[in-house]
Ligand binder design. Structure first.
Ligand code: DQQ
Length: 576
């Protein structure tokens, strides 16, 4: 290629990257946008922003978690993977196994294009453990260059192999579902885990859209092989666009114990989550599943649409949960894409991580879910430092010393004695992210902003603050939680959003707890015990290695006390 052509290619790539970053929330939005980069392998892999304890393979591109499950003593994680480069393309199901969800061993790819029904791609899907049969994978196959999507079936070649290394896709039954006349065949993907019903049928959902209406189609089968579409979708919602990676499961009304996907009854609520391709945000509703009518109806306290609840208000997409029978819990996996440019990804030789797996259960208010990092993560906690009853007056920044600031787990409780100084809340502030961008962490407030400054350089040229700001509305207080990447790096050409969500927390205790998992290029935070959660990807240039620092801060006029801060230097997970 000549120099001019080279420059033109670089120019076009930069232009493309910028438009994707601006339009699509910084997250990969389309499936065929970098054909010329799909197979550009990394010359070397750059370690600078690689994570130490988040899941990522040694090199190349990853996206959605697929078919996570616990089976015969092993956790399995499959994921969308480009074996040839560090942008999306050439997608296979890569496969890793673990005994503890922290340390992982890679196996050979489980599913890759090899048949007429998946020749152009093996896209996302789920596993179901079928009694008497073992695990079955349902995934989306791409059959042609027009992006035609069908649902396919794969089973382990040797079900007695504890690692389930090899998977087969029987020719005589595949594809198991094709789009019928009423269904948009190029927007028809990501089958869920199936569930067994007393009427003798398996049921599963497939994500879709009709024009701008998001849809989850329901399919039924007696033998897991012949599937028939139910009379109507289990649920749909106008103007939400394509529903990718639907997830549907019950949660117990009381307590933390989880339920297998097919459990119904008076003591459960159901959750329907969809990943919205238009913005690459997800939202979920809590509601009631009426199995006899094949219908799901969201509660009237659960907003159905763009303003709905999110698992995470940051960079977290295409998530999938599974029931872990070994500990009676439901675990949520989600993909966190890069926020740098495609050229950065090609240069780094890798792109994409999985968020820390989270246990999810119903909040006692029954209006939202709670999430918390899996307990196994604590095994990586090393040296611990503490800060007790540290007073923070307006403008105070205090360093938390003695912890590896770029690789840490921090839990802290922030308290205040009065809400009198809370700023007035303008009811037109409906979008938390806009409000966070407007106010930031530096603008002085009344009660807050207060919280952590993570990945901070000594002189604060770079920092990623995770913080709260409390407002006074007509009859209540409104708490804003932010994870703001605006000042995270002196580097330009990065997506640096002010991610934020509102936090439904009881303020009568005058305390707000916060946990942040800091891991080089990710800050994953859990507000008030996992009520509002935000994952940010950041790429500091100065705040790296031992030049990175951790601070607590307060920029509000109300004094804040940091109670019981514990920060652990985190070890490195063994991910091969
Ligand atoms: N990614 C997969 C699709 C899914 C999308 C393709 C979500 O199956 O809809 O890599 O990120």
């Amino acid at each position: 290629m000549g120099i001019i052509q080279n420059r033109l290619t670089i120019f076009l790539v930069v232009l493309f990257s910028l438009s994707v970053i601006l339009i699509n929330n910084g997250v990969e939005g389309f499936h065929e946008i970098y054909p010329h980069l799909q197979s550009v392998s990394a010359i070397s892999v750059s370690d600078q922003h690689r994570t130490a304890y988040h899941f990522q393979p040694p090199r190349n591109w990853i996206n959605d978690p697929n078919g996570p499950m616990y089976y015969n003593g092993y956790y399995h994680l499959f994921y969308q993977y480009n074996p040839n480069g560090s942008v999306w393309g050439n997608i296979v199901w890569a496969h890793s196994v673990s005994k503890d969800l922290v340390n992982w061993k890679a196996l050979e790819h489980a599913i890759y294009p090899s048949k007429p029904f998946d020749k152009f791609g093996c896209w996302s899907g789920s596993t179901t453990v079928v009694p008497g049969k073992g695990p079955v994978i349902l995934y989306t196959g791409i059959t042609d260059d027009k992006n035609t999507q069908v649902q396919c079936y794969a089973v382990p070649e040797d079900p007695s192999d504890p690692l389930l290394v090899k998977w087969v896709k029987p020719d005589d039954i595949n594809p198991i579902v094709i789009a019928d006349k009423g269904v948009n065949g190029s927007a028809f993907r990501d089958p869920t885990t199936a569930w067994w019903s007393k009427d003798g049928h398996w049921r599963m959902l497939v994500g879709s859209r009709k024009k701008h209406k998001g849809i989850a189609y329901l399919y039924k089968s007696k033998d897991f092989i012949k599937w028939v579409k139910a009379k109507h979708p289990i649920h749909s919602k106008s103007s939400t666009g394509m529903w990718e990676c639907p997830d549907f499961f019950p949660v117990a009304l009381e307590g933390k114990e989880a339920l297998d996907t097919g459990v119904i009854g008076n003591n459960v609520k159901h959750v329907l989550k969809n990943s919205l391709d238009m913005t690459r945000f997800e939202y979920y509703t809590l509601g009631t599943y009426f199995p006899n009518m094949d219908k799901y109806v969201p509660d009237n306290t659960s907003e159905d649409g763009w303003g709905g609840l999110r698992y995470d208000y940051g960079n977290f997409y295409a998530s999938k949960s599974f029931f872990d029978p070994s500990k009676n819990r439901r675990i949520l996996w989600g993909w966190a894409n890069e926020s740098d440019s495609k050229e950065d990804d090609v240069n780094k030789g890798w792109a994409g991580i999985q968020a820390i797996p989270r246990t999810i259960w119903l909040d006692p208010s029954k209006r939202q879910l709670l999430q918390w990092p899996i307990e196994e993560l604590n095994s990586l906690r090393g040296k611990e430092v503490k800060m007790n009853n540290q007073k923070l007056n307006k403008g105070d920044y205090v360093e938390v010393k003695g912890v590896t600031a770029p690789q840490a787990d921090v839990e802290a409780t922030f308290s205040f004695s009065s809400l009198d100084k809370a700023e007035a809340f303008d009811p037109s502030w409906v979008n938390a992210q806009d409000l966070c961008a407007q106010k930031g962490s530096k603008l002085q407030g009344g009660v807050g902003p207060f919280g952590l400054l993570t990945l901070a350089s000594q002189d604060l040229e770079e920092f990623t603050p995770v913080f709260f700001r409390i407002f006074k509305a007509a009859n209540k207080h409104v708490v804003l939680m932010c994870s703001d990447a605006t000042s995270s790096s002196i580097k330009s050409n990065l997506y640096k959003p002010s991610f934020a969500g509102f936090l439904d927390v009881d303020l009568t205790t005058s305390k707000i707890p916060l946990r942040s998992l800091i891991d080089h290029s990710v800050v994953e935070s859990f507000g008030a015990g996992g009520k509002t959660n935000i994952l940010s990807r950041v790429y500091p240039a100065l705040a790296v290695g031992d030049q990175a620092h951790l601070f607590v801060f307060n920029n509000g006029t109300e004094p804040i006390t940091v109670e019981n801060l514990q920060a652990w230097s985190m070890g490195k997970a063994d991910i091969k």
